[in-house]
Design a protein around this ligand. Structure first.
Ligand code: 9MR
Length: 376
């Protein structure tokens, strides 16, 4: 047992180290020595202390092929999610073939390091294999969907923390009843495809927390508010019908030019709590395509968004996981052509720079995780 005096001393040393880090991060950019973020200073250690899950989307080839990447992932995370390796496109090279190699790599890596895994995802309108259009019809879609879920969820039965069972089923812009997105699943199976997917997933593996995951539901902008309401109505209907759903994933692809998430999202999280549902921040990153200024000014603005957003979310007791969509700017979907910055410079959207040094966003995220107890 630590005495009170010892405790205060350790806390003071910690606070001083943290102040140094902020100074390093916000004032000098990267001219000073890199603060140590391993061991007790890692995001994972801070999250463990508060009973929170933190982690990132991962790429299996990097886990096996790049020791620095693998080391960083395992040092900073207590939960991982495959960025692409569990999607239909990765798992289904042909209608009658499954390829589990990438997904297995991630599950084995997590198990070797004692980390949890989220499954992503069982049913989505994107990352569908090329053979799909010519093979899946109204007559067989229901069977093909359920067989896929039984096979994939069955393979990892008992090994996953949660599954994104259905991803992005709501899109009021599609103009369809209940805000449903126009998607092959809606067209071929019908509007009960969401219920079907969740029921099948529960039968295939009763262990994981079954999650509905969506994006553009974070801010109070009118279109996001409308979408958030449609998601809430979907989930409420599912609960009423006795469909097994345990959690909602708020993807959290934030953009620097958008208003900061606030009351709308907080109320949404609280409504879900009333329904007995958890909320996970599943794909956090900050698109800074439109951000101007020096690198350190950009970094400070990005870090502020991480800090404010995660502080707000972890203050809600039913939010118990925060995952970023990648760990390093070296590998982020936001460097794809559609999100490229007009000045051609790479995005600085994740907690670690492209060279694996911690960005100000890392310290902001870690500080935000440390506010967890304050809100309880
Ligand atoms: O980051 C992912 C990118 O590498 C893929 O090409 C793309 C299509 O499969 O999916 C990206 O991840 C998406 C996630 O699966 C669902 N939410 C939005 C993410 C970013 O587009």
């Amino acid at each position: 047992m630590k005495t009170r005096r010892e405790f205060l001393r350790v806390a003071a040393v910690g606070a001083a180290a943290s102040a140094t880090q902020h100074l390093w991060a916000e004032q000098t950019g990267r001219t000073a020595a890199v603060p140590d973020v391993s061991g007790a200073n890692s995001l994972q250690a801070h999250a463990d202390a508060h009973g929170l899950l933190v982690g990132c989307a991962v790429v299996p080839e990097k886990l096996t092929g790049e020791p620095e990447y693998a080391g960083l992932v395992s040092a900073q995370s207590n939960i991982l999610v495959p960025e692409n390796a569990m999607k239909w496109k990765a798992l289904r090279p042909a209608p009658d073939k499954f390829n589990f190699s990438g997904a297995d790599t991630i599950v084995a890596f997590a198990s070797a390091h004692g980390r949890k895994v989220r499954g992503h995802n069982l049913c989505w309108h994107v990352a569908i294999p090329d053979w799909f259009a010519a093979t899946v019809t109204k007559d067989n879609a229901r069977q093909i969907l359920t067989e896929h879920i039984r096979t994939v969820a069955g393979r990892y039965a008992g090994k996953l923390h949660s599954w994104d069972v259905v991803n992005e089923a709501i899109d009021p812009k599609s103009g369809l009843p209940n805000g449903m997105r126009k998607s092959p699943w809606l067209e071929l199976v019908g509007p009960d495809y969401v219920d079907l997917a969740f029921r099948t997933a529960r039968e295939a593996d009763p262990a994981p927390l079954l999650t509905y995951n969506d994006y553009a539901i974070e801010t109070d902008a009118p279109d996001e508010t409308e979408k958030r309401e449609a998601v809430l109505a979907l989930v409420r209907g599912m609960k009423k019908r006795g469909v097994p759903i345990d959690a909602v994933g708020v993807q959290s692809h934030l953009k620097t030019q958008n208003p900061a998430p606030g009351k709308g999202l907080r109320d949404f999280v609280r409504e879900l709590r009333q329904m007995g549902l958890r909320v996970f921040v599943t794909e956090l990153d900050v698109d800074e395509k439109k951000l101007e200024g020096s690198e350190s000014e950009r970094d400070a603005a990005i870090a502020r968004i991480y800090r404010d957003y995660v502080t707000m979310m972890v203050a809600e007791p039913n939010v118990d996981a925060v995952l970023t969509w990648g760990i390093t700017d070296r590998y982020t979907w936001l460097n794809g052509p559609k999100w490229a910055r007009p000045d051609g410079k790479p995005q600085r959207c994740l907690p670690f720079y492209a060279d694996y040094e911690p960005a100000p966003a890392f310290f902001a995220l870690r500080d935000a995780v440390d506010t967890r107890l304050a809100g309880r």
